[in-house]
Design a protein around this ligand. Structure first.
Ligand SMILES: C[S@@+](CC[C@H](N)C(=O)[O-])C[C@H]1O[C@@H](n2cnc3c(N)ncnc32)[C@H](O)[C@@H]1O
Length: 310
């Protein structure tokens, strides 16, 4: 039996650095009108996917979600396929933690962090527990691939959101979830599909670098490799939206080629964004976000809205 859940009400169920919740209006209004298959290749918390699904006008017919983080992908698979077992398992961990005093909570957190999960449901429950109780909801691993974020000391973290998990399960029901490097994942889309790309950011400065979602860093070579993949998708008539920080290097990459948009190949715009997770609290605030599109104005959702209002 499928769990009771309302796919349209689903929201991200993990906190994720670079999560897009603040920016969604700006992204959604630039999304193409008719989405056949939707691809989100740097999934993280999946804010864009859940937002598209919440709007019957935008909900894609098919979706393929991808992230290179194997544990994160397993969590999505478990939420999709075994949500009741997950709710049960996570509920037991949450109960023990929430009933404990501060010192005991820290002990339970480090005990959980230090142990190896036994099976997929246990892995997903441990992942969500650590995500909700660690410092700032960060995900960072050491060289051995072990999660190493410290305890967060929140008074009453919402470790188990039963309905939220059931809604997410309903949203993921027919969704294909893959765990591939972006280049392999981007071989699949066809003309008429829509790809949203939210790669780890080019750091604003050396000290603000936060690209440690996986063991390898997402450096300039990776950004360039991604740009080549975007070129390839453009040649295959796949609609692409990419968000990144408006660093000179990234701006240079996407404005270098000649093409139909004011002489350049891609349409670039900037919009204010609040970064929820920043390693240095004092540098939180509003910073512009760069949005890169490879499809013309007129195919976007906002142009449909303005033509129906006219
Ligand atoms: C900025 S986060 C995405 C945030 C997401 N948009 C959200 O709403 O939470 C970037 C994601 O890219 C993933 N990633 C990093 N390198 C990758 C690669 N080579 N291929 C695919 N995914 C990768 C990371 O694991 C991380 O989840």
């Amino acid at each position: 039996m499928r769990p009771a859940g309302n796919a349209g009400a689903a929201r991200p169920f993990v906190k994720w650095a670079g999560g897009k919740t603040q920016l969604l209006d700006a992204l959604v209004e630039r999304a193409p009108r008719d989405i056949d298959t939707y691809y989100e290749t740097f999934l993280g918390g999946g804010a864009m996917f859940f937002r598209l699904l919440s709007d019957p006008d935008l909900a894609p017919k098919r979706a393929v979600l991808n992230d290179v983080n194997r544990d994160l992908v397993t969590v999505y698979e478990v939420v999709r396929d075994e949500v009741e077992r997950l709710v049960d398992r996570l509920g037991r961990t949450a109960e023990g933690y929430l009933a404990a005093d501060e010192d005991e909570r820290a002990r339970l957190f480090y005990e959980e962090r230090g142990r190896r999960p036994e099976g997929r449901v246990d892995l997903a429950a441990r992942f969500i527990f650590l995500n909700k109780t660690c410092f700032n909801g960060l995900y960072r691993v050491n060289r051995k691939g072990e999660f190493n974020v410290p305890h967060g000391r929140y008074r009453s973290p919402r470790i188990l959101d039963e309905q939220g998990l059931r809604d997410a399960s309903a949203a993921l029901r027919d969704v294909e979830i893959t765990c591939l490097d972006f280049e392999a994942a981007l071989a699949a889309p066809r003309a008429g599909d829509f790809v949203y790309l939210d790669p780890p950011f080019e750091p604003l400065s050396k000290t603000s670098s936060f690209t440690g979602y996986t063991q390898g860093a997402f450096d300039r070579l990776e950004q360039r490799r991604l740009k080549w993949a975007v070129d390839d998708l453009t040649e295959r008539s796949v609609c692409v939206m990419l968000s990144n920080s408006p660093q000179d290097y990234i701006l240079g990459l996407y404005s270098a080629d000649r093409g139909p948009y004011d002489g350049t190949r891609y349409r670039l715009s900037q919009t204010p964004a609040r970064r929820a997770i920043n390693p240095r609290g004092d540098r939180r605030g509003v910073i512009d976000e760069l949005i890169v599109l490879n499809y013309p104005e007129g195919t976007e959702r906002r142009s449909l809205e303005s033509s129906t209002q006219a």
